[in-house]
Design a protein around this ligand. Structure first.
Ligand code: PMP
Length: 353
């Protein structure tokens, strides 16, 4: 730390992203990326002509990608805003809708960036513990009267709330923002997007990083009513108007329009998830029912930390969190079938089977 950093930030503990190793021989199952390449349409569209236009700023209104999303999700373009990853959407939402009088609330075990945003923006969140089985109790979120942030499916558990449960939370919190972070919803969750015309306080946050195979493009978006989108745009245009670069605008547009490839990839991830859950369950692991592109697995006969380390020695990278409540688990991204077979074989060697 230099002597110039403002005192406001001196004791912030930044978000720790999963490792992004240079070594491409690793089986990388640690950051919930897609194992599949972007759509062919994306690759074709990112051609020399587009690259040669990088001397010009991108469209600050990101109209092309918004029009494509609006068409596919059946919402109006003014109900969408693009972010540099959904992380940026989340940052704008914490900044725009929370303050000392309106502190946010969220689960004790959820996306690790929420508490970091709170520190960054000087917010004092209410932390709501998950139940013993790691599920969210929707009753805990009724009548909160403060901004609510819920990842659905939740991370790192992969567990979901039903649309009825979300509706209940919305019904009892009409006068405060409810943000549903749907980073993983395409892998089996129920989306709250159909509710946006019914609830003017709902924001749904989505990403291209998982089900659209574009983590490196840094593209996320918010869906809400047009006034909330206007507020989020106020944050964006007061911070970084050209937040989405030219190539990502094109990549996002082509990827969302390629429904066929999207569905093909989702089917494969679900099959590979089922295979991995079955094989690990046979080996005594406990795994909450995941609707995401990862599973949260508690090994049998070995600690979570040991299992993580032993996998690492075998060049397989998964995620382990040192938090007391979940230290017995590892989070395993669902990769290709071959990658999951490699994981199972390695598990057998580690368990001495
Ligand atoms: N929400 C959740 C629940 C996540 O796990 C992640 C990925 N780390 C994000 C949001 C952010 O994803 P991105 O910024 O890549 O869109």
């Amino acid at each position: 730390m230099s002597r110039f950093l403002s005192d406001r930030f001196s004791d912030i503990e930044p978000y720790t992203p999963g490792e992004q190793p240079k070594n491409t021989n690793l089986v990388k199952l640690n950051t919930n990326e897609s194992p599949f390449p972007p759509s062919e349409r994306v690759i074709r569209a990112l051609n020399a002509a587009e690259i040669s236009r990088l001397n010009l700023y991108s469209d600050p209104e990101t109209k092309e990608v918004i029009a494509a999303i609006a068409e596919v999700l059946n919402v109006k373009p003014d109900q969408i805003m693009m972010g540099n990853g959904s992380d940026e959407i989340l940052a704008f939402a914490f900044q725009a809708f929370c303050d000392k009088e309106h502190p946010p609330c969220f689960a004790d075990i959820t996306y690790g960036f929420y508490p970091v945003f709170c520190r960054l923006f000087g917010l004092n969140p209410e932390i709501i513990p998950l139940k013993d089985d790691l599920t969210i109790d929707p009753a805990d979120y009724c009548d909160k009267n403060k901004p609510i942030f819920i990842a659905n499916p939740n991370a790192p558990t992969g567990l979901t709330l039903s649309i009825c449960e979300i509706k209940n939370i919305l019904d009892t919190n009409r006068d405060t923002i409810v943000l549903i972070d749907e980073a993983y919803v395409d892998f089996g969750g129920q989306s709250a997007i159909p509710l946006i015309n019914e609830y003017d306080n709902l924001i749904v946050c989505r990403t291209f990083s998982k089900s659209r195979n574009l983590a490196g493009a840094r593209l996320g978006f918010a869906v809400s009513n047009s006034s909330v989108i206007e507020d989020l745009n106020k944050m964006k245009f007061s911070f970084n108007p050209y937040n989405i670069n030219r190539l990502s605008i094109i990549a996002g547009k082509e990827s969302i329009l390629d429904t066929e490839y999207f569905e093909e990839c989702i089917i494969k991830i679900k099959e590979n998830r089922e295979y991995t859950v079955n094989e690990l369950t046979k080996r005594g692991f406990s795994i909450p029912e995941s609707k995401a592109n990862f599973i949260f697995a508690k090994p049998c006969g070995i600690t979570g930390t040991e299992f993580y380390k032993k996998l690492r020695e075998k060049n397989i990278l998964v995620r382990h969190f040192d938090t007391e409540r979940i230290k017995d688990y590892v989070r395993i991204t669902i990769g290709s079938y071959e990658q999951m077979q490699t994981l199972i074989n390695a598990t057998d060697e580690i368990l001495g089977r």
